[in-house]
Design a protein around this ligand. Structure first.
Ligand code: HEM
Length: 513
């Protein structure tokens, strides 16, 4: 009886097997003709025998611990070419530093690649509704929430706030002593950025920082460290304990929500007192929180918008300033020329908004610092459909590479920025003058990324860094390196120097009084 039952089932099963096989065959055929259409050939495969990608994971982990990951990435590009395939825990992935492929992903074929898939789990606990954890329509909505705000750089860049930050920073510099500028820049930018995003400065440079602000600053540091750590661990992050991470996220949320709630109550009060008309003292609130509250009263959305910018806009700018002064301390000639230009163009006055854009050499110094030490040295995208990279396939790497839906492509600006093809034989040297002829749109130069997801804070970041750099250079006639150790990578949420920036700043007696 039972065997008759199975016999009756057999045609149904066979039907499903045939339908499945036909489907597989059709999609294989479609993929084959898609690959043909885009001239795709197989790229070089890193260690083809490492089918599970375990050796790759293990070696990358060791390089990360030994602080040689960037050098290792460069070595692999030298060995396998500008674009190659690899495996991470059996999943096929691609690595590229070919500017044409990078541009293709970020710009030409933008809609084929998601940016959130890899980092959504990293950002979800802290900013589930924030722009870094979104793609597609949701990303468009989040981007439009900030776009207007960031397009008005002149209105949002509060120079008084930056001057107050600079003065607090200056108090930490003692004449005749070496100082590590790395942590100091981080505190300075955190103070300025917290005031900019929430309208509340968290006083990390002040000796009188309150306990709740200290807890916020410590929690933010922990959150950023965990995001970076989880990102580097890839799928292995599941094995890490996250209790402290969640606790730190809760602290950050509680602080920001309290600020939002205070602002909401004061708006209600204002409405009662002044019928919702213009603020009686005529002040225009420039903080991001105020602007976002004008557009939505969803607390979680406002909170995540604020925390996203607290995260995106702090370590990145601190990294730019640290790297710049690390390099200036080792290039006396460049510092002297920069100072000459600043004194000639801006003088010893506090720089006005217009003056910030006028010192061309400062822009060249920043461009060069971010070329050699990009705050975001590598990044990744995930194909959201079957797609391709235009170069990297075949022996000569001139054919396309098929990228199947769900596969990840990692791209390295650390390497595209140091390409001899793009930047000449002296690509590894710090020479700001090269930017007299180059344009920041130069192929492969992507410190702020490019295309529709280009950094929203680019202009703000450059002007903020310009103000602070100008004030430092005006005040100190020389900067001397006090550290003989070579630059060593520290990969966090942004790239920085592991040994900090240990220098001595020599004041200009006339200016600093
Ligand atoms: C030197 C400083 C900075 C650098 C090098 C930098 C770099 C970048 C890069 C490379 C991305 C693209 C990430 C990706 O697509 O995967 C990005 C995105 C972003 N940045 Fe920046 N950034 C800097 C400063 C800032 C500042 C100061 C802010 C805000 C105040 C900011 C806000 C953002 C936002 C909101 C995004 C997300 C854009 C989107 O996904 O549509 N950044 N940044």
């Amino acid at each position: 009886m039972a065997s008759l039952y199975y016999l009756a089932l057999a045609p149904v099963l066979l039907h499903f097997v045939i339908v499945f096989a036909v489907k597989c065959f059709r999609s294989w055929q479609a993929l084959k003709s898609f690959a043909k259409e885009h001239r795709c050939k197989r790229p070089v495969m890193e260690r083809p025998w490492d089918i599970l990608g375990i050796v790759r994971m293990y070696r990358s982990r060791n390089h990360l611990l030994q602080e040689t990951l960037l050098a290792n990435i460069t070595e692999l590009f030298t060995r396998y070419g500008e674009t190659y395939a690899s495996r991470i825990l059996s999943q096929r992935v691609y690595f590229t530093c070919d500017p044409r492929n990078i541009r293709h992903m970020l710009f030409n074929q933008f809609s084929d690649f998601n940016s959130s898939d890899i980092r959504v789990h990293l950002f979800r606990p802290i900013t589930a509704h924030g722009i870094f954890a979104l793609d597609g329509e949701e990303w468009k909505v989040a981007r439009s929430l900030y776009s207007d705000f960031f397009s008005r750089t002149r209105r949002i860049l509060d120079l008084q706030l930056h001057e107050a930050g600079f003065q607090a920073f200056r108090h930490h510099i003692s004449v005749g002593h070496a100082i590590d500028l790395g942590p100091l820049f981080l505190k300075l930018i955190l103070d300025v950025n917290s005031a900019f995003t929430m309208g509340v400065c968290i006083d990390t440079l002040s000796p009188d920082q309150s306990a709740d602000k200290k807890q916020l600053a410590d929690s933010l540091i922990h959150v950023k460290r965990m995001i970076a750590c989880n990102g580097f661990l890839g799928p292995l992050h599941h094995f890490l304990g996250k209790k402290d991470f969640y606790a730190a996220c809760a602290n950050v949320h509680a602080f920001v929500e309290a600020v939002i709630s205070k602002e909401m109550s004061s708006r209600i009060q204002d409405k009662h007192l002044h019928g919702g008309g213009e603020n009686p003292n005529g002040l225009v609130h420039s903080s991001l929180l105020h602007q976002v509250l004008d557009r939505t009263s969803e607390v979680a959305d406002v909170r995540d918008a604020v925390v996203t910018i607290l995260i995106a806009g702090t370590d990145s700018v601190a990294s730019l300033l640290s790297t710049t002064f690390f390099l200036l301390a080792r290039h006396e000639r460049v510092y002297a020329k920069l100072r000459r230009d600043i004194l000639e163009i801006v003088g010893t006055e506090l720089p006005a908004y217009e003056a910030l854009r006028k010192v061309a050499y400062l822009r060249h110094v920043f461009n060069e610092a971010m070329r050699l030490y990009p705050p975001v040295p590598f990044n990744a995208r995930t194909a959201n459909r079957d797609t391709w990279l235009p170069f990297g396939g075949g022996e000569d790497e001139q054919s396309g590479v098929l990228v199947r839906k769900g596969e990840n492509v990692f791209f390295s600006s650390w390497d595209s920025h140091r390409s001899h093809k793009m930047f000449g034989k002296d690509a590894n040297e710090f020479r700001p003058e090269r930017w007299e002829d180059l344009k920041t749109e130069s192929l492969g130069y992507i410190p702020f990324s490019l295309g529709p997801r280009v950094c929203l804070g680019q202009q703000y970041a450059l002007l903020e860094a310009s103000y602070l750099a100008i004030r430092i250079v005006q005040t100190f006639s020389r900067i001397e390196n006090r550290d003989v150790r070579p630059w060593t990578e520290k990969l966090g949420i942004n790239l920085s120097s592991k040994n900090g920036v240990i220098v001595e700043l020599i004041p200009d007696k006339e200016i600093s009084g």
